[in-house]
Structures are given as C-alpha cells and as structure tokens.
Design a binder for this molecule. Structure first.
Ligand SMILES: Nc1ncnc2c1ncn2[C@@H]1O[C@H](COP(=O)(O)OP(=O)(O)OP(=O)(O)O)[C@@H](O)[C@H]1O
Length: 219
C-alpha cells in the first residue's frame, strides 16, 4: 500500500520561551513523495526541535511555535501525535522489551489490517523476510544486535503505515558496514512507498546516500 504525498513546512517559527530567541524564523521547506531532505548543522542548532515540532512532541514549556505542517496537503500541526501518522525513528531504536519481535512489529498495525492470527503471522513473516530477518518473529528483542534492532524498529514504523518519515540520526550508532545496509534499507523503502522523509544527521555520507537536498541549520 502506498501513501504518496508531500511533507511541507510553511512559515515555521520556533522560539525558546525563556529568552525569546528564534531557533527557526519563517522556515519553509517541501519534501516530495519518496524524497529525502537532510538537515545538517552544529549541535544545538535545532534539528531535533524541528522534528519534534513536525511529530507533535515539542516541549511546549520550553518553546513557542507557529507555522504549518502539511502531509499530503492536510494540515496536521494541531493534531495529536498519533493522528499525524508520521513514522519517527531515533538514534536508539526503542523496542518494547516485554514483547517479542513479532509483538513489536504488530504494535502499531492499523486494526483493520490484521484480522486473524494467521494473517498477523503472515504480515510479520513478510516484513522480516524483507529485512533479512527470517525466523526472528519469536525472538526477545533485547537479544538482537544493534543493526537488527534498527531494522525491526524501521519495520515496525513502516507497518504502522505512516504518511512521512522523520529520522533523527537513526544510523549513528551502527558501524560503517551495517550503517550502509540499514541506510539503503530505509531509503529504498521510503522511495518504494513514496514516503517523504526528513533526515537529521551529522554524517556527510548519510546526506550523500539520501541523495536529496541538504538544508544547513545554523546556530
Ligand atoms: N527542553 C528544552 N528546554 C530548553 N531548551 C532546550 C530544550 N531542548 C532543547 N533546547 C535548546 O534548543 C536548542 C536546539 O536543540 P536541539 O536539540 O533541537 O538541537 P540539535 O541541532 O538537534 O542538536 P544535536 O545535534 O546535538 O542533537 C538548543 O539551544 C538547546 O539547548
């Protein structure tokens, strides 16, 4: 199933509440279906803050924010995070330790998709097969390697059928070889599904692999 659309930010201004300093002032950007836009900039320049604004998890006690976030033309900035249908991946893949790999994968699955036990099993096996993780359904996620956890976290995000991806340094803890594999896996999926993707990274190789425009965020 594809969820083609664009991710647009319009006239986004985010200020530190205490000082009134603007971290972003009238920012606009547009990511097309399957495109990846990379945000780069020094530590503290506001990259994660911008993703939090898009995803609906901005700390409103610390920041004030104005502007629009549109997914496929629909304004979402006033919706609660779970209704924005954005896939967020962070540096540390957060898998639920009390659930199996299959339990983690099925966690965000839209209810109408997984009717019976065998259907759910098929969805899990298909997803694991795509990621080279056949046979991992019943594993305890705490026994997986970093790269395997990263893949499971990505599969879980994709199975939840997001309309766009927000990636906050999701490759930075992986060693070089694995990093290339997981990166290709993420970008290939984003392209194949037509998902617009915003990537935060400090790594120029990530930006090159993403292939899209790079936005430099200044302090
Ligand atoms: N909860 C908070 N309360 C007050 N200030 C905050 C809070 N979170 C972040 N900041 C400030 O907002 C600015 C932007 O931080 P942010 O984490 O978005 O930067 P970043 O570019 O993602 O940095 P890094 O590359 O280190 O992850 C920084 O000046 C930071 O100190």
């Amino acid at each position: 199933m594809t969820h083609a659309g664009t991710l647009d930010l319009r006239d986004v201004t985010i200020r530190l509440r205490r000082s009134g300093v603007a971290i972003f002032d009238g920012l606009g950007l547009s990511v097309g279906p399957g495109g990846v836009t990379t945000l780069m900039g020094p530590s503290g320049s506001g990259k994660s803050t911008l993703l939090a604004f898009c995803g609906g998890s901005l700390d409103r006690e610390a920041f004030t924010a104005q502007g629009a976030v549109l997914i496929g033309g629909e304004r979402v900035e006033a919706l609660p995070p779970e209704r924005r249908r954005l896939g967020l991946l962070l540096q540390d893949p957060l898998l639920f330790p009390h659930l199996s790999v299959a339990g983690n994968l099925l966690y965000g699955l839209p209810r109408q998709r997984a009717r019976g036990r065998s259907e759910r099993r098929r969805i899990v096996e298909d997803a694991l097969g795509q990621a080279g993780l056949q046979g991992y359904a019943d594993r305890d996620p705490t026994t997986l390697s970093g790269g395997q956890r990263a893949r499971v976290a990505l599969l879980r995000t994709l199975l939840a059928e997001p309309r766009a991806l927000l990636l906050d340094e999701p490759f930075s803890k992986l060693d070089a070889a694995l990093r290339e594999d997981v990166r290709a896996f993420v970008f290939d999926h984003a392209r194949a599904r037509g998902l617009p993707t915003l990537l935060v990274t400090h790594d120029e190789a990530d930006a090159r692999a993403a292939g899209g425009p790079v936005v430099l965020v200044e302090r």
